[in-house]
Design a protein around this ligand. Structure first.
Ligand code: HEC
Ligand code: HEC
Length: 195
């Protein structure tokens, strides 16, 4: 291949990649979700979970649980009257996005790393990485925690402890209730900074 042809081919490949990485958000995302979760799933504030790069199956399950009332909260109102297909499109779109992680904020970050990788053997808390994966990227059944907003993570841990979040199995309840407030804050701060 001549130099010129190669250059043209590369431009086409690059353009294709750029398109693949940033498709237009589906209409439902723009009109019903972006105000809180952002157009790319980056979220509009600490209390709203970042949906970018979250597993599609996990997002779809949470949306179905909100719709059926199995998981309670503000989201129940947000999915009311939204067609099944639109929710699927939003889950598919957000799961394909990615957003950068912020830099560590305080020395709690190191405490959080310890809790995530080792748990707290003195309080019989298992390592979070045992289920959520070494890089906190999760799996289809398990949520990704990396890059998630710290305030949101901390609140979920509290809600598991208070049995307010009851749509899933018991496993997170028994783990969350053994974390001290400091450990919960620390592990949340650590997770927020993981790419
Ligand atoms: C008014 C703000 C707001 C809007 C609009 C909104 N959400 Fe949410 N969403 C939240 C909050 C807050 C939570 C965290 C759960 C809670 O606090 O009860 C959440 C949680 C979620 C979760 C669970 C995430 C997790 O990690 O478990 C999904 C999935 C979700 N929203 C998808 C959507 C989709 C799709 C739309 C559009 C149809 C939407 N949301 C519109 C505020 C909003
Ligand atoms: C035995 C497996 C297991 C271990 C160990 C575990 N988790 Fe989980 N975690 C889950 C499952 C499964 C879910 C999905 C929700 C559910 O089923 O209750 C979850 C959900 C979560 C969520 C909610 C995420 C979201 O997007 O709303 C947070 C936060 C969380 N875990 C934090 C932790 C932390 C912090 C640790 C370590 C102290 C930990 N987990 C250890 C299995 C585990």
């Amino acid at each position: 291949m001549s130099r010129a042809l190669l250059a043209i081919a590369l431009i086409f490949v690059a353009a294709g990649l750029a398109r693949a990485q940033s498709p237009e958000p589906p209409a439902i995302v723009k009109t019903r979700c972006a105000a809180c979760h952002g157009e790319r799933g980056e979220s509009a504030g600490e209390d709203f979970p970042r949906l970018a790069a979250q597993h599609e199956a996990y997002l779809a399950k949470q949306l179905a649980d909100f719709k059926a009332g199995r998981r309670e909260g503000i989201m129940q109102r947000m999915v009311r009257g939204v067609a099944e297909g639109d929710l699927e499109a939003a889950a598919r779109y957000y799961s394909a996005q990615s957003v950068p992680a912020p830099a560590p904020k305080s020395e709690l970050h190191d405490v959080g790393r310890f809790v995530f990788l080792r748990g707290n053997p003195w309080a019989k808390i298992p390592a979070c990485k045992a289920c959520h994966g070494e890089s906190a990227h999760g799996s289809a059944q398990l949520p990704r925690l990396a890059t998630q907003n710290a305030a949101y993570l901390e609140r979920q841990i509290r809600e598991f402890t208070q049995r307010k979040r009851t749509n899933d199995n018991e496993v997170m309840h028994s783990i969350a209730e053994r974390l001290t407030a400091l450990e919960a804050r620390a592990v949340a701060e650590y997770l927020a900074t993981l790419p």
